[in-house]
Ligand binder design. Structure first.
Ligand SMILES: *Cc1c(COP(=O)(O)O)cnc(C)c1O
Length: 427
């Protein structure tokens, strides 16, 4: 019998979790979020660990949406200029907070579309195979959308994806990629690589990549370096500008709590925003805002990431993103990251003695974000039992990975305690 299962000590463990919550330097902002009811078990509220998949709803979101709906009802088309937040320039309200979130200059970011669409728009500019340099390098455990996107880009350029797309694998017997192996590949094969596009935090393993080192190695090899930040934005601090990243994109419905399918973000380094030789797919929102309504037949790109936007953006879908960015601005990524490290370390400590569960996320806090991925026997069955019997919401990546993300905005040490107790009982 493991310590976790020893009877009579659960109370002591629970007390310790409660005390950690009471004494943490960053008190939980749980009260600002709508926590789903527990589907089962003794507690009213769910212990929600799926914020890496769909973040919870801030209470402020509904009121903000109501304001936009009211302005639309009162003003009709005049809302473009007369709304309390005029729609014609609404997306610009997101620019500065988004830039702070990802470590960019304001003219390097834009809120638009969804993540995979943004990856394609950015690859339209930045994946330019020529001669021997045609390869796209991703990680073997890439999210399927990224795999499909890069394969279809190869086809779009008349190339065979089987020869063009390289999938980097961990060493045999290991769960995660080693930075040195990525760098080594780039040193050996870099002259054939047109684009390196990895996840900043891997969706499956939770591994946080050394983005600074890998970007440097990729660019030194002459490749373009783009990052998919779906699991990194709002999870870990980022310095895209200083790291000299060429481009990046992220969604806002995971750690950024902006609602299902919410408007995504994109980053283009300032080295590129003035480059008129780059091919760009354009629409009327790609042209300079000050002359847009002259309705000229020729596009005039502004020297900003806005030049990659195509359409007038969905205001009802931007409003929740703005609410979310206001929360991140108020709390700050530094404080959130510190709390995330404390919560994740506590959860890891509680999971370590449990038999039947093996954490595959790196143990080193510098190589992981909030999420811990567990290898288990039956991921789907375990996730269902966690919900039904303990009100713990996790997610399964079949057949054998369960992901738990103690999101620092609304998850507590007590939530981690609940997850550990339930896992000890169910595995
Ligand atoms: C969540 C996620 C996506 C989802 O793509 P959408 O275009 O937002 O549907 C893509 N890539 C990665 C790495 C993800 O984690």
């Amino acid at each position: 019998m493991t310590d976790e299962a020893a009877p009579g000590e659960a109370g002591t463990r629970e007390l310790r979790a409660r005390r950690l919550d009471e004494t943490d330097p960053l008190p939980t902002l749980r009260a600002e979020f709508l926590i789903p009811p527990a589907p089962g078990g003794p507690y009213e509220e769910a212990a929600y660990f799926a914020g890496n998949s769909l973040g919870l709803q801030p209470k402020a979101t509904a009121a903000r949406l109501a304001e936009e709906l009211t302005d639309w009802s009162r003003l009709g088309v005049e809302g473009h200029t007369q709304a309390r937040r005029p729609w014609v320039s609404y997306h610009e309200l997101l620019t500065e907070p988004a830039a702070r979130l990802v470590g960019a200059l304001p003219h390097e970011v834009v809120a638009m579309n969804s993540l995979t669409v943004n990856l394609h728009l950015l690859m339209a500019s930045f994946y330019r195979p020529s001669g021997e340099r045609t390869r796209i390098v991703i990680e073997d455990s890439a999210f399927p959308s990224d795999s499909y996107a890069v394969a279809s880009q190869a086809v779009h350029h008349g190339l065979d994806p089987a020869e063009t797309v390289v999938r980097l694998r961990p060493r045999p017997g290991e769960d995660n990629l080693r930075t040195e192996d990525v760098v080594d590949y780039l040193r050996r094969e870099g002259n054939r690589v047109a684009l390196l596009m990895l996840g900043g935090v891997n969706y499956l393993t939770g591994q946080l990549m050394d983005m600074a080192t890998i970007t440097r190695a990729g660019r030194a090899a002459g490749a373009v370096v783009g990052w998919d930040l779906a699991h990194a934005a709002g999870n870990v601090p980022l310095s895209l500008h200083d790291w000299d990243v060429d481009f990046a994109a992220w969604c806002t419905y995971k750690y950024l709590n902006s609602g299902p399918g919410a408007v995504a973000g994109a980053f283009v380094h300032e080295r590129h925003v003035r480059d008129t030789t780059l091919p760009r797919l354009s629409g009327w929102w790609s042209t300079r805002a000050d002359i847009r309504f002259r309705m000229d037949p020729e596009v005039a790109h502004p020297p900003t990431a806005d030049a990659w936007a195509l359409s007038n953006p969905p205001i009802m879908a931007l409003a929740p993103v703005l609410v979310s960015l206001e929360i991140f601005d108020r709390v700050g990524m530094t404080a959130l990251r510190a709390k995330s490290e404390r919560l994740t370390a506590y959860l890891a400590e509680r999971l370590a003695p449990i038999g039947g569960v093996r954490v595959i996320t790196p143990d080193d806090p510098a190589q992981r974000g909030t999420q811990l991925s567990l290898r288990v026997a039956d991921a789907g069955g375990l996730v269902k039992a966690l919900a039904d019997e303990a009100g713990v919401i996790a997610d399964a990546r079949e057949p054998d990975v369960v992901r738990l993300a103690p999101v620092p905005l609304y998850c507590t040490f007590h939530d981690c305690h609940r997850a550990a107790e339930a896992l000890a009982k169910l595995t």
